[in-house]
Design a protein around this ligand. Structure first.
Ligand code: SF4
Ligand code: FE2
Length: 625
């Protein structure tokens, strides 16, 4: 049903073209091509029964008197609050899991003892016993999540880069309790409450800080403690990771700690025996979306069970269409509803572990730490039964697709270790101009803008050509790695100087940090670089781009980027352009507040040129040639 190239990944395109019997998001794209102009500009309000009011030149106010600025700011803050809430949900579950494991509720190992000791030290925990340390770490995070809004979150003090924290304090941006900040954002934006766009944008920045430090950084740290820290290694990606001789369970979401029991059980003798009885070689977990990226990142700790990462949110429908997937396990977004009819069509059962991501036809088996092994057995049994019934009935066709040498396992720690225990070599390369600057190409994948991952991949190519090192986190990683840019051979696409650096170090010009949660790791890298150079984050030759941002979580990530004071490129604007004031604040005046700035540029080369010129300016400002 796909008639033209709609993805940067040609292999995915070709496969979709051969699967006309399956309808995917790519097929539905054309039917949604006509957009609502009011929605696009963010000026549709349906907060009360007199609406929806649509603000225009002809009707510049809603019936209640709300202006475009008020309506846009309300809509924007609500979306940021939604995104922040999603990340906080993930963090809350991770913290409860760590607390439960460390208190003996489950017999799961803590694989990252070194990380635990580091976090305990940063949090000022004096306890020596590692289990008690872990409980305290989890409790301190949970306490900040549940704190009232009038009380500032204590751990911001412990982890935020000092010059930033001071700026936040000056601007009154230090957040109160995380959930209370989200809650009050909803209150503030309800019918006939706040009409102050500036106050609402400042609230969005506060939610950005909550998202970044808690939802991103702390979730990574807790997962490192539970699941083991990332280690550098080559990884296989793409459809070819799927071996039809195994019982294949695809996972989708963002909460790897909910899969710990499953990972352990699927490689047990008991599971192996069951698989052999139905003629399979064993069980494999196949990664898709960010949880797949997280499994890939930690492949050093799960390689026996993890087949590899196939792709991002818009790859999963095609993956199911291969017929080689026996079960879908979802625990969070980005599990798109489009998979449901395909699952029905190909008789693939779905199991959901967290009701926030409940799919209509999925069996809901709530994750519980104290019943984790039973749950893992149930999941394995469902996959086994599906394999037994489906195989032979459903055509299995896995295309030859992907790469075998994607550099994975990148974290703020593993990168530093690779460089010899210090970022000094990277700083020297930047100072000498061998690396002109750093661009974090992060966030989502979407089918609009120019097509699936097309802007992301083309922008990354343009940036590396200009000797700008690209770091990725989120669904951009899936697109970039499936197009070969995260493999060492991609060095040949880089500018002469960056190419020489890549060849010397044996690294690709796009360093893939994995899931969107790793945007938090990128902040840690940036803070380390800034500290070494004795500058604040906005002074670094560092830019952000979330070219194909998609969801509310991306807006919360973006708010974090702005709070950090970084230039943030988007290929399409958020739904704000109906408000001259909100647009001006985000694209211009934010520079005077935090140092951050939204840059909207929908064409690849001008976007790369703008990002390059910002990097050049920032280099000059700190005295680099
Ligand atoms: Fe219209 Fe005001 Fe009601 Fe919104 S709150 S729908 S702008 S009357
Ligand atoms: Fe994600």
């Amino acid at each position: 049903m796909v008639n033209k190239c709609l993805s940067a990944d040609c292999g995915l395109n070709e496969f979709l073209q051969s699967k006309k019997e399956v309808e995917t998001s790519f097929d539905r794209l054309a039917s949604q091509a006509s957009k609502c102009g009011f929605g696009l500009k963010g000026v549709c309000c349906r907060l009360c029964a007199q609406g929806p009011c649509r603000i225009s030149d002809r009707a510049p106010k809603g019936i209640c008197g709300a202006t475009a600025d008020t309506v846009v700011a309300r809509n924007f803050l609500r979306s940021v609050a939604g995104g922040a809430a999603c990340y906080l949900h993930i963090l809350e579950n991770a913290a409860n899991n760590l607390k439960g494991i460390a208190s003996g509720k489950a017999t799961l190992p803590l694989k990252g003892k070194e990380r635990l000791a580091e976090v305990a030290r940063v949090f000022g925990i004096v306890e020596e016993d590692s289990s008690r340390q872990a409980v305290q770490v989890a409790e301190m995070i949970l306490a900040d999540l549940y704190r009232p809004r009038a009380e500032k979150m204590r751990l911001v003090e412990a982890v935020a880069y000092r010059p930033r924290r001071e700026r936040w304090q000056e601007l009154n941006l230090l957040p109160g309790g995380a959930k209370a900040e989200v809650f009050d954002a909803l209150v503030k934006t309800s019918t006939n409450l706040s009409s102050d766009p500036v106050d609402m944008l400042l609230h969005a920045l506060r939610l950005g800080i909550v998202t970044g430090i808690y939802g991103l950084i702390f979730t990574n740290l807790l997962n490192d403690i539970m699941l083991g820290e990332p280690e550098l290694r080559p990884a296989k990606v793409g459809f070819s990771v799927v071996d039809p001789d195994y019982i294949n369970i695809v996972v989708s979401g963002h909460q790897q700690s909910l899969l710990s029991f499953l990972q352990e059980y699927l490689v047990s003798d008991e599971a192996f025996k069951l698989a052999r009885e139905v003629g399979a070689k064993g069980f494999k977990i196949v990664g898709c979306t960010c949880v797949g990226q997280d499994l890939q990142l930690r492949a050093a700790h799960n390689e026996e069970v993890f087949a590899g990462h196939v792709g991002n949110n818009f790859t999963i429908e095609a993956l199911l269409a291969t017929g080689a997937i026996d079960l879908v396990v979802s625990e969070f977004n980005c599990t798109i509803p489009g998979i449901e009819p395909i699952c029905d069509q190909l008789k693939i059962p779905q199991i959901c572990l967290d009701d926030v991501a409940k799919k209509q036809n999925a069996q809901y088996l709530p994750f519980r730490l104290d019943g984790g092994l039973d749950l893992a057995r149930k999941i394995a049994e469902a996959a086994l039964e599906s394999y037994r019934v489906r195989r032979g009935q459903v055509k299995v066709e896995v295309p030859d697709h992907g790469y075998e040498d994607v550099l994975t396992g990148l974290s703020e720690k593993s990168l530093k270790k690779f460089l010899g225990g210090t970022y000094q070599p990277l700083i020297e390369l930047i100072a000498e101009g061998q690396i002109k600057g750093v661009a974090a190409v992060v966030g989502c994948s979407n089918l609009t803008v120019k097509g699936h991952d097309i802007f992301t991949v083309e922008l990354a190519k343009e940036l590396i050509k200009r000797d700008i090192l690209v770091l990725s986190a989120g669904c951009t990683s899936g697109g970039l790695e499936n197009c070969g840019l995260a493999s060492p051979a991609a060095a040949k696409l880089a500018g002469e100087k960056l190419q020489a650096v890549c060849r010397k170090l044996g690294i690709p010009p796009v360093l893939n940090f994995g899931p969107c949660l790793s945007i938090g790791r990128l902040e840690m890298v940036a803070a380390d670089l800034a500290q070494a150079l004795r500058v604040d984050l906005p002074q670094l030759p560092l830019v952000l781009s979330a070219p194909q941002w998609l969801e509310e979580q991306a807006l919360a990530d973006g708010a974090f980027g702005l709070a950090l004071g970084l230039p943030l490129h988007l290929a399409m604007p958020p739904f704000i352009t109906g408000s001259p004031l909100v647009t001006k604040i985000l694209t211009e005046e934010m520079k005077n507040l935090t140092g951050g700035q939204v840059i909207v540029e929908g064409e690849v080369i001008p976007a790369a040129e703008k990002l390059e010129s910002i990097i050049v300016e920032k280099r000059a400002a700190i005295g680099l040639p």
